[in-house]
Design a protein around this ligand. Structure first.
Ligand code: GAP
Length: 547
């Protein structure tokens, strides 16, 4: 599937628009249109329902170590700045960036790639901010231009290497890092015409800063949250004190998060404003590993149940050097997004065993790892580098009389990434007969019915003989339960196409026979099968296909 086609469909049919498009847009921000908002709500609602509201805490779910409880929260986007200091984001949430003095563009250091090229006795490392085939396609014409070669002299250009990550030549390869710097004379920046215009990598904090209140001094600075998780940790005691939950239990939250991503890209995949669906699952330390395995497998299965195909979905365990500062084990659910090179996958969700890092950090002060232990990080005077709240965030088990700080398993998903994966998976081109029975190419979004934005469309075959009246009655009856659509305009074949293109699973047509037999035709989007159903049974039929 070509990504351009999906992007065009999303705009044309109102799934996704660039934010502030009439002003030329703003990078990394997206608006969901009338259909997109329904699709994303359905994704969120499927998650909330499957993880929280339909959870039965009285039985042990399949493969779970024991029964458990689930509850929810909706916490604020702006929190006390100390939260981010103790959580580690203030010190550690950085990307390394390089700037180009010529093009004035900024790039993520770890995302630059390039090739060594030689021509006319000169040698240069031609970089690109793209990856895979796209980078390869860009680099050759740029090298030709740089060495002032015409097409007829193309054979004078030779590449010494395949694509290599830029940090590799800076850190390990030749020339050595000593030779690398602002005046390195061998690097051609991704958008530069002359060599040596990139700066050395610099740290750049990804949190958006804002000012709270009217005075506007540095002491009033706060941050837009870069993850929803911390709202759950700082409310751990409130949840315990205000409910009767007992360990093990999970707290779920859906909400916006903000990261000043250096290179927002690939449609909504890496945005600066996005939505997360996170669970913090609190358990006894001795059981953490079992719960980690349970959540990892359960969350992986959730995506396939909602329609992502198994050949595009993988579960990947992090290697030890990939682990975040808090993690004792992480696995990612990854999807083969069509904008990635063949064989590469993009993260949909991370499932992490965070140990007791967060609750202890918010209680004692920011922790650091020392060997296998987390200890409070100290400043040069031996005081905690970032002071915790001093509140006791431990748990008392009144049956075993044991007091301990729970460990946390965190399945952390992105609502926008999941929505994008469902859009990519759904996009299909196939053939279907038109009104005259001639096969035509059709674009069809094969959404799982649970997340399809419109569940059914109701058509009168023609706009006369009482058909619109019956169709409208059916529409009104269904509308009380589902998002359905009434359409009487144009040839019925064209109306089918319009619904296929937005992924409506069922089309219900009232025709001449309906007047006599009180039956309608229900057409299935995927099989194209048409069945006759009594008007009185339409709601049950829709229910059986959608829920
Ligand atoms: N609390 C842990 C945490 O936030 P993360 O891996 O940084 O972990 C979790 O983020 C999920 O949030 C990711 O798997 C992804 O689905 C989503 N996400 C993260 N950054 C994103 C971005 N810039 N744009 C869209 N989604 C993003």
């Amino acid at each position: 599937m070509e990504m351009d086609k999906l992007v065009a469909l999303c705009r044309r049919r109102g799934f996704l628009f660039q934010s502030s498009e009439i002003y030329g847009g703003i990078k990394g921000f997206w608006d969901y249109g009338p259909l997109g908002v329904e699709l994303k709500r359905n994704v969120r609602e499927a998650w909330w329902r499957d993880m929280v509201t339909s959870h039965n805490h009285l039985v042990t779910p399949p493969d779970a170590p024991s029964p458990f409880e689930m509850t929810g929260l909706d916490t604020s986007i702006i929190m006390h700045p100390q939260v981010w200091k103790c959580a580690g984001h203030y010190d550690l949430f950085h990307d390394q960036m390089v700037d180009c003095r010529e093009s004035k563009r900024r790039y993520r250091y770890d995302q630059l790639t390039g090739r060594w090229a030689t021509a006319k006795g000169k040698r240069a490392f031609i970089t690109s901010a793209s990856s895979g085939d796209e980078a390869l396609e860009e680099i050759t014409p740029r090298a030709m231009k740089f060495f002032k070669l015409r097409a007829k002299n193309a054979e004078e250009l030779s590449f010494e290497t395949d694509l290599i990550p830029f940090p590799e030549i800076v850190e390990k390869g030749a020339p050595t890092s000593d030779e690398y710097g602002p005046d390195a004379e061998f690097v051609l920046g991704p958008d530069a015409k002359s060599l040596g215009t990139l700066t050395s990598p610099r740290e750049f904090n990804l949190m958006f800063k804002t000012i709270v209140g009217a005075l506007g001094g540095e002491e009033d600075a706060a941050f837009l949250r870069p993850e929803t998780a911390q709202g759950i940790f700082v409310n751990f005691k409130n949840v315990l004190d205000s409910t009767r939950v007992k360990l093990p239990f999970g707290v779920a939250q859906i909400g916006k998060s903000f990261r000043n991503e250096i290179t927002p890209r690939n449609f909504t995949f890496r945005s600066r404003e996005f939505e997360q669906m996170e669970i913090e699952f609190f358990c006894h330390p001795a059981e953490a590993q079992k719960w980690y395995t349970y959540w990892r497998d359960r969350r992986f299965a959730w995506y396939s149940q909602l329609g992502l195909s198994s050949d595009k979905l993988i579960l990947r365990d992090h290697t030890s050097d990939e682990l975040s500062h808090y993690s004792c084990g992480t696995a990612d659910v990854e999807y083969a997004f069509p904008f990635l090179p063949e064989g590469e996958y993009g993260e949909l969700e991370g499932i992490a065993n965070r140990g007791d890092f967060d609750l202890r950090s918010h209680s004692e002060g920011k922790l650091v790892r020392e060997g296998n232990e987390f200890v409070v990080e100290k400043d040069e005077r031996g005081k905690p580098r970032h002071r915790g709240s001093g509140k006791d965030l431990s748990y008392y088990n009144d049956e075993t009389k044991e007091r301990f700080v729970p460990h946390v398993i965190e399945p952390s998903a992105g609502a926008d990434r999941a929505t994008l994966a469902f859009l990519c998976e759904a996009y299909t081109e196939d053939e279907a007969p038109d009104e005259k029975g001639k096969m035509q190419t059709r674009t069809v979004m094969r959404f799982n019915p649970r997340i399809a934005p419109v569940k059914a469309a109701i058509f009168p075959l023609v706009k006369k003989d009482g058909m619109p009246e019956i169709a409208k009655d059916i529409f009104v009856a269904l509308k009380q339960h589902y998002n359905v659509f009434y359409d009487e305009k144009g040839a019925v074949g064209r109306r089918y196409r319009r619904q296929d293109e937005i992924g409506t699973p069922l089309c219900i047509t009232v025709d001449g026979d309906t007047l006599k037999d009180k039956m309608v035709t229900i057409r299935d989007r995927d099989t194209l099968e048409q069945t006759r159903v009594k008007i009185d049974d339409v709601l049950d039929e829709v229910r059986s296909k959608i829920d």
